[in-house]
Design a protein around this ligand. Structure first.
Ligand SMILES: [Fe+2]
Length: 242
């Protein structure tokens, strides 16, 4: 099946669109206030009415920041993990007490960012909740797109795997931004779960990894850096960050 991929985000947060015979699936939104720019760029691909699903990889402010605005402007359903619903309704990234930064450069991020709030999201009947991996809502529509559970960065982290091409959209289950070391996401709630999610990604035999931050990369990098956290501790500052 021909699924065209578009990227309409910014240097900081990528916004991938999957153009399918069942409409367009948008992977995440972005920071609060960026909805106009998103819609402008979306409409260069298709009218906003073509947006049928918004797939939320997790609830953080840089992924759900303009979800409320976008839902007010379209009829798309929101596909998400059940644990995302409560923080979305409060408009706040969860503060996970055992989490921390994966490296010293990553910890610099927490020194300048302290606001993780965003407009509250009332999903109403737009929520399509994916409670377990057997809830393959896109495969049920006949699309070759599998939802993967990828906890570790957060408990509600999920990704999308295109089964025919091997392209894997991992959200923040890995990161390729300039500030991330060894493809590790700068903030990790649970390092053991994070590593196990890399194993789960590699088990799908992906051809390419598409993180939400930074460009796509070869899965060989996941193999190379899989045990980066071994013998290291997550770095905790007084001020927690995502
Ligand atoms: Fe995140």
């Amino acid at each position: 099946m021909d699924i065209r991929i578009h990227e309409i985000g910014s240097y900081v947060v990528r916004n991938y669109l999957l153009e399918t015979p069942r409409g367009i699936i948008a992977i995440d939104t972005g920071y609060p206030g960026d909805c106009d720019r998103f819609v402008r760029r979306f409409e260069k691909v298709a009218p906003l009415s073509a947006l049928t699903y918004i797939f939320i990889t997790h609830h953080h402010d840089d992924h759900a920041g303009f979800l409320a605005d976008l839902l007010a402007r379209c009829d798309a359903k929101v596909v998400l993990h059940p644990l995302a619903i409560e923080p979305l309704s409060r408009g706040e990234s969860l503060d996970y007490p055992d989490g921390g930064y994966s490296s010293v450069p990553a910890s610099w991020f927490g020194k300048f960012k302290s606001d993780f709030t965003f407009p509250k999201v009332n999903l109403g009947d737009k929520a399509v909740i994916v409670g377990q991996e057997t809830d393959q809502v896109f495969e049920r529509l006949g699309l070759p797109i599998r939802i993967l559970f990828l906890p570790g960065h957060t408990a509600d982290s999920i990704g999308l795997f295109l089964t025919e091409t091997g392209q894997l959209f991992c959200g923040d289950a890995a990161m390729n931004a300039i500030i991330s070391v060894a493809k590790h996401t700068i903030w990790i709630d649970d390092a053991d779960a994070f590593g196990q999610s890399w194993d789960a990604m590699l088990a799908t035999r992906p051809t390419r990894i598409y993180p939400s931050h930074g460009g796509s990369f070869s899965p060989k990098a996941l193999v190379r850096h899989r045990h980066y956290m071994k013998g290291r501790k997550l770095i905790q500052l007084d001020k927690k960050s995502k």
